[in-house]
Ligand binder design. Structure first.
Ligand code: ZN
Length: 1029
């Protein structure tokens, strides 16, 4: 056909094509206006509304009331069950027939008692295909149900999506009808859309963009929207363009469907169960139609939910896992926070996760998958390796506020030297749409051009949007190998990483933590969740140690395998990356605290029954005495309270051997007593022979002397234990972010309610108390405690907190000069600068650590310990612990109310390693436990470790092996050492094993009678499978 040549006006041609497919302009005559044909009303529509999440079988028995399009339902968190009765007109034979459903809220369509598809407008899922080509023998009269959750994809935030939910929102049904769908129009629209996007994305400097422009323009010329017979010639032109191939060097995109589902966030855990079902049933449906479609899916917990609640769907998923289309990834129980869980918690994330994947799908995951977490511990590479994983995918560091992370594909090296191949999808998203823009960005932003020629493109709506759509698949299918665009393979994580590994010679290495320069308030927000996590980690540790002691002494003892697994799984669930960070709504906080309560209740009962089981041993018997349990791997001599009243007479100084028990014998006579003296100037001096502390009337620590070296720890003229309040208004992410500028708003807390007074004047414990006013609504009461024989001074703190957008911290300016501070992390520690030389340094104005942080110069240092906090900063010589925040979104009541926590300061001679700072921080977090009603005990240890550098972290029954224990040790000093693990039992068998407890049969442990010799590299974790009874 002859046309006059087009003029040189790129804009008119481009806009002509855009208008031809616009859903806003010219729909009366353009192609988009032809997408749908005739419509037909439903036969009937009725609804049953309930405040509960009920099952299908319960729902269908309810009384349904007539309703219509345009009606509003809800309120928020309700569920509407719609009964949809329809009859497809006979005249539509040969046509593709859809049920079109548009509503607020998240819908699940049920047919023949089974969930069949998600219907969520925000996830572009508003159509259910009733027939692809209506035949006479197909059912025309059909009854369906739509289960509609009254919440959006991102909950129900009032005003802004992260604001606290609006409980009174209504949810409207906008469309419910039958419609003829013109598939040929859709195909052509997709061709046009891709060409238009190529024109726009490649820009005016690229000749390929002009080829796309002229192709699209000629297609408009050829295509008459009213005449479907004209479509094929237009489509041929598009296909000719898409089939023009690349050369061999083009970048390769590994496209994988994905649906990031937060296990709880702006909605409660219970809703996530339905989000998973809605999303995955949609994915399975897409797989049935598109055998090449691949979907990656993480979080064992979510699979477990679907298995429990949607068994039919779960078996379909199992089928597609076997086919290699539905790919479980990640290997963990949930996508946990990457900073706050303890080392052992991280191990259990993998242990529970990998065991689940192996049991249900026959395979372990090969990749750790954590796209959305707020930073990544430098111990993760070793933990991954131990769980059989040496590949890692995330992209969250693209959110860095200041510094651009320099790599997309690299080796990540942990504190012990373990390396994992790591990939950040260069498109900086895990919710792509298969559009040209996604492909171009992926190539353009790849910071390892020439080093890594493969990248991931993860496409699909997350958080209940139901993952990928047919349209996304159709887009990607068109440009598998189209000149000027990256090659697109529907791929798997395994193929991506294998390709990257094969060509890894030029890749760089990043050593140490992956610190996210954002969301640093999440180390502090929702203090009760942090407290619950720390307490429950300690309790489950103690239950396991106690149960193993019982097991070793009493063959009749039944190790609580099942209960412990249930409790661990609850704890692991709460470590999800919007729960433990505190970035969730109030409903989630309530659930999380309830789970902690359950762990505390059941865990305490299990610990008690383990201790009681010890009573039937010959060397322990029931009686009226008291024994003391020490679950840590060093001997401890400490003051313990025998009753809750805290009165002087109810204290005792006890000595308990490592991993063992002893009778309660008060050794008070053997150590120097604590004295507390009110001095002439009103200050109070507390001494215990190790430390001498002076507090002023406001509770400031004006002096802290290390007696042994006569060294002052507090900086001249400064106050330790100085509470400070900051304005805390971030740019947007309220619960998440604390911004650098908050530091400029520092205000010391100076208003005394009750000046220092002596509470306990000495003996085994000296203590003073005081109260300060933070504001008209908030106050602090503190008891400062010095125990006999204790190298640290404790600050037992109560805060009544009713602030808005304030941040409470406590400061200790110390007489130490060091360019680095040290922070405890999982199974080790790392250093961060105390100066602000570069942007990489100053952006670490708020950092995370676990039980302790330390700043030391040669020969002397000060450690700051805590029992439930995670936020720290050390700037120059000022050590700061972050205590409480008061964000208002997404939980309007976050952190309001009463808080109790303890921190401690420990000045020390020598290095923190030599001073046993690590052990003392453990002691603060793992109190000695009293066992009532026991007599006749000689002190007894189940295990001893010869090296002070090596910590025996975990003792548990081996998974699935009743006669074996797993013991896990790690090197904590950062040194290479030899250590001997001893036990009174003859060791029958000892194997090195991985974190999944799989023995390495080529590596028996070196055993000599009841001693196991071990060689450690710095920060190495060693797990042993032991048979000792
Ligand atoms: Zn997330």
């Amino acid at each position: 056909m002859y046309h006059p040549p087009v003029l040189k006006n790129r804009r008119t041609l481009l806009e002509r094509s855009e208008k031809f497919i616009s859903d806003t302009y010219f729909t009366d005559c353009n192609l988009r206006g032809r997408l749908y044909g005739d419509t037909h009303q439903l036969t009937s529509l009725s609804v049953f509304q309930t405040a509960k999440r009920i099952s299908y079988s319960e729902a269908v028995q309810q009384n349904f009331q007539p309703c219509k399009v345009g009606d509003a339902f809800g309120s928020t968190w309700w569920t509407c069950w719609f009964k949809v009765v329809l009859k497809i007109p006979e005249a539509w034979r040969g046509k593709e027939v859809h049920l079109r459903w548009e509503s607020d809220g998240e819908g699940m369509l049920w047919r023949d008692e089974q969930p069949v598809q998600g219907l969520t407008k925000e996830g572009e899922k508003t159509s259910y295909i009733l027939s692809e080509c209506l035949k006479q023998n197909e059912p025309h009269s059909i009854t369906l149900y739509v289960e509609l959750a009254c919440n959006g994809l991102f909950g129900a935030g009032q005003g802004s999506f992260i604001a606290a939910p609006d409980p009174n929102r209504k949810y409207t049904l906008q469309k419910a009808e039958l419609v003829v769908f013109n598939r040929d129009v859709q195909e052509l629209l997709t061709d046009f859309e891709m060409l238009v996007d190529i024109v726009k994305m490649l820009g005016e400097e690229d000749q390929r963009g002009y080829q796309a422009l002229f192709t699209a323009n000629e297609m408009v010329n050829l295509c008459d929207p009213t005449d479907p017979d004209s479509f094929s010639s237009a489509r041929s032109l598009a296909q000719k363009f898409f089939r023009q191939r690349n050369g061999q060097s083009q970048h390769i995109v590994h496209a994988m469907g994905h649906c990031h589902i937060d296990s709880a966030w702006l909605w409660p855990y219970e809703e996530t169960i339905r989000k998973c079902a809605r999303s995955w049933v949609t994915v399975v449906r897409l797989m049935e139609k598109n055998p090449e479609f691949i979907f990656t899916c993480s979080q064992a917990q979510q699979f477990q939910w679907v298995k429990n609640w949607y068994p039919g769907l779960f078996s379909r998923i199992q089928y597609f896992v076997q086919k290699g289309q539905f790919i479980p990834v990640g290997g963990t129980w949930v996508e946990m926070d990457g900073n706050l869980p303890s080392g052992e918690s991280m191990v259990r994330q993998f242990l529970e996760g990998q065991n689940f994947f192996k049991a249900e799908f026959g395979q372990y995951c090969k990749e750790f998958w954590l796209p959305d977490t707020f930073g990544y511990s430098a111990q993760l590479p070793q933990i991954m390796q131990g769980a059989g994983i040496d590949r890692f995918l995330t992209q969250k560091l693209s959110w860095n506020l200041v510094n651009t992370f320099p790599h997309n594909t690299f080796f990540w090296e942990g504190i012990d030297g373990s390396q994992v191949l790591t990939h950040f999808p260069p498109g900086n998203s895990y919710e792509m749409k298969g559009k040209i823009e996604d492909l171009i960005k992926t190539v353009k932003h790849n910071k390892d051009k020439g080093r890594a020629n493969h990248s991931a493109v993860l496409f699909g709506f997350g958080d209940g949007g139901g993952g990928p759509t047919q349209l996304m698949l159709d887009r990607l299918q068109r440009v598998q190998d189209s000149d000027g665009l990256p090659r697109v393979n529907m791929s798997t994580p395994d193929r991506l990483f294998s390709e990257l590994q094969a060509e890894s010679g030029l890749l760089c290495t990043w050593s140490g933590e992956l610190f996210l320069e954002l969301h640093n308030g999440t180390y502090t927000t929702q203090a009760k969740i942090k407290l619950g996590n720390r307490r429950c980690e300690a309790l489950l540790h103690d239950v396991e140690v106690g149960s193993c002691l019982a097991l070793s002494q009493n063959v009749g003892f039944s190790y609580p395998t099942k209960q412990l697994q249930e409790l661990w799984r609850l704890l692991l669930l709460n470590q999800f990356h919007d729960v433990i960070p505190g970035s969730c709504i109030e409903m989630v906080v309530e659930d999380a605290l309830e789970y902690y309560k359950e762990i505390q209740k059941t865990g305490s009962r299990l610990l008690l029954s383990a201790c009681h089981a010890l009573r039937s041993t010959p060397w322990m018997e029931v009686g009226s005495g008291t024994a003391v349990l020490n679950t840590l791997s060093w001997d401890r001599t400490e003051v313990i309270a025998l009753s809750e009243e805290g009165a002087q007479s109810r204290l005792a100084l006890v000595k308990v051997p490592c991993v063992g028990v002893a009778s309660l014998t008060d050794l008070a006579g053997s150590v120097s007593k604590v004295t507390v003296t009110v001095q002439a100037d009103g200050t109070v001096r507390m001494e215990n022979g190790l430390l001498q502390a002076v507090l002023d009337r406001m509770g400031h620590l004006v002096s802290l002397l290390l007696v042994q070296t006569n060294r002052e720890a507090i900086s001249d003229g400064c106050f330790g234990n100085q509470f400070v309040l900051f304005d805390d208004v971030p740019l947007y992410w309220d619960a998440w972010d604390v911004m650098d500028y908050h530091l400029q708003t520092r205000k010391p807390v100076v208003d005394v309610i009750k000046p220092v007074q002596v509470l306990s004047s000495g003996g085994l414990r000296g203590s003073v108390t005081f109260s300060l006013r933070i504001s008209a609504k908030s106050s602090i009461t503190q008891e400062v405690i010095l125990d006999a024989n204790c190298p640290y001074i404790k600050f037992s703190t109560q805060v009544d907190w009713a602030e808005a957008h304030k941040f409470l911290k406590v400061e200790f300016p110390v007489q130490v000069r060091s360019s680095n501070a040290t922070y405890e992390i999982q199974f080790g520690h790392l250093q961060r600068p105390t100066h602000r030389n570069t942007s990489w340094d100053w952006v670490r104005f708020e950092v995370w650590g676990h039980k302790w942080a330390d700043v030391s110069e040669h020969g002397f240092g000060v450690a700051l310990l805590n029992d439930c906090k995670y936020g720290y900063s050390v700037h120059q010589n000022i050590m700061t612990l972050s205590l409480l925040r008061a964000p208002k979104a997404p939980d309007a009541n976050a952190d309001m109310g009463h808080h109790e926590f303890t921190y401690a300061v420990m000045p020390h001679a020598g290095s923190f390693q030599e001073a046993s700072v690590i052990q003392h921080a453990y002691n603060l977090n793992f109190p000695l436990r009293l066992i009532p009603d026991m007599n006749n005990i000689r002190p007894w240890s189940m295990f001893t470790v010869s090296s002070a550098a090596v910590i025996l972290e975990t003792i548990k029954q081996a998974e699935g092996k009743n006669n074996s224990l797993v013991v896990r040790l790690f090197e904590s000093h950062g040194s290479s050492v030899l250590a001997v693990l001893s036990t009174p039992f003859p060791v029958k068998e000892a194997w090195h094993c991985d974190l999944l407890e799989q023995p390495n049969y080529s590596r028996p442990a070196e055993v000599n009678d009841s001693k196991v010799s071990l060689t450690f590299r710095p920060f190495q974790i060693i797990s042993l499978l032991l048979r000792i009874f």
